[in-house]
Design a binder for this molecule. Structure first.
Ligand code: SAH
Ligand code: DHB
Ligand code: MG
Length: 236
């Protein structure tokens, strides 16, 4: 293999094209600023796993939050605050992001990252298991947008909570809902079982209009997205 374009197989050319498209979209529409880069740097220094969403996904979250005029956003799974920064930046003055994180060391990084990115006034991280913290959020609901990106086995329960804490018009988004197609097949482990069941529910719940969209990892992974219907039509 010489690396000569003429010797690349069709599959290799298609992979290269996908890669170039992703890079071009990132540069044109989803460039990271100092705050986002700093969050990644702090995460690296603290030895956190590099499993944050992509810049395109971050920009997409921002787009969705702006589309629904979000004032209150809930995130489940903060890691180092990277996705939280994209979301918090879509908030108007007085808006609020609450991000749930089970790992206190991650939460410390998040607080630093939020402060450095200039969103510390509107974004907060709460430490604990999401399923323990979610019941306490009922008095702060409804949320305009809920982003699910924590541990995978309880994804179906996170969907139930997202519905309970939302209103007609709210947007629900979850990461890792494609997983190279594993998210639509018979699950091989507990994590995939959670995602497969989540997809089944979000796709068929009569209260929701939903879609899974490939946009990450060379278009092999991505979000499932739903909006809570204003009116539930019998056949729509
Ligand atoms: N949304 C982040 C990535 C999240 S990674 C971003 O894109 O920037 C998943 C995070 O969920 C990890 O930080 C992990 O500690 C956290 N997590 C795992 N199980 C959890 C639980 N039960 N409750 C809350 N957070 C959890
Ligand atoms: C993992 C978790 C994520 O949320 C993700 O986007 C990628 C990987 C993981 O636990 O391995
Ligand atoms: Mg994820």
């Amino acid at each position: 293999m010489t690396g000569n374009t003429s010797e690349l197989t069709t599959l290799q050319q298609q992979a290269r094209t996908r890669h170039e498209i992703e890079a071009a979209i990132t540069t044109m529409f989803a460039a990271e600023d100092e705050g986002l880069r700093s969050a990644l740097e702090l995460a690296k220094q603290a030895g956190l796993p590099q499993i944050q969403i992509s810049p395109i996904q971050g920009k997409f979250l921002q787009l969705l939050a702006t589309m629904c005029n979000a004032h209150k956003i809930l995130e489940i799974g903060a890691l180092a605050g990277y996705s939280g920064i994209w979301l918090a930046r879509a908030l108007p003055p007085g808006g609020r992001l609450i991000s749930l994180e089970v790992n206190p060391e991650h939460a410390n990084v998040v607080r630093n990252s939020f402060a450095r990115a200039g969103v510390g006034d509107r974004a907060e991280v709460r430490v604990g298991k999401a399923l323990d913290l979610l019941p306490q959020l009922e008095s702060e609901a409804p949320f305009d947008l809920v982003f699910i990106d924590a541990d995978k086995p309880p994804y179906p329960q996170y969907l139930e909570w997202a519905l309970r804490l939302s209103r007609p018009g709210s947007i629900i988004v979850a990461d890792n809902c494609i997983r190279s197609g594993k998210a639509f097949r018979e699950p091989e482990d507990e994590a995939m079982a959670g995602i497969v069941e989540f997809n089944r529910r979000i796709a068929s719940d009569p209260r929701l209009v939903s879609l899974a969209l490939a946009m990450d990892d060379d278009y092999t992974d991505g979000f499932a997205i739903a909006v809570v219907k204003q009116i539930i039509l019998r056949n729509g």
